[in-house]
Design a protein. Sequence first.
Length: 139
Amino acid sequence: MSFALDERLEATSYLAGYHGNIQIRIADDARYLWCLLIPEKNDVCEIHDLAEDEQQDLMRLAIGLGAWLKLRTEADKVNTAAIGNVVPQLHLHVVCRNRNDAVWPAPIWGNGEPAPLNETMLQGHITLIKAFLEETALR
């Protein structure tokens, strides 16, 4: 059975690249640089549902991407979370936050309305992800 991405994730994000079988997607919200890491495994809801090596790979990717983005974007904070209350398919959020963003210091979830990315912002975010993958040799 081929991988099926939850339609809500597909409708609200853009594919930026891959690390192995993990999709790196950009959330369609101009208020934040917001990445989603989605292992291409069906029927997986929790990190502990993955094999140990898959867990470690996902966490290394999240940590590496968060650190790399914080340095390149001068974010004040990087939030990393796996919530899944609305969309149970396993996905990790990596969100760059700044003290002057729309809802600082509150969580982004449930605060305000998403502002769609314009094409320039989207391509800029995708370029960042591609640079991360190239510079860190995570492909």
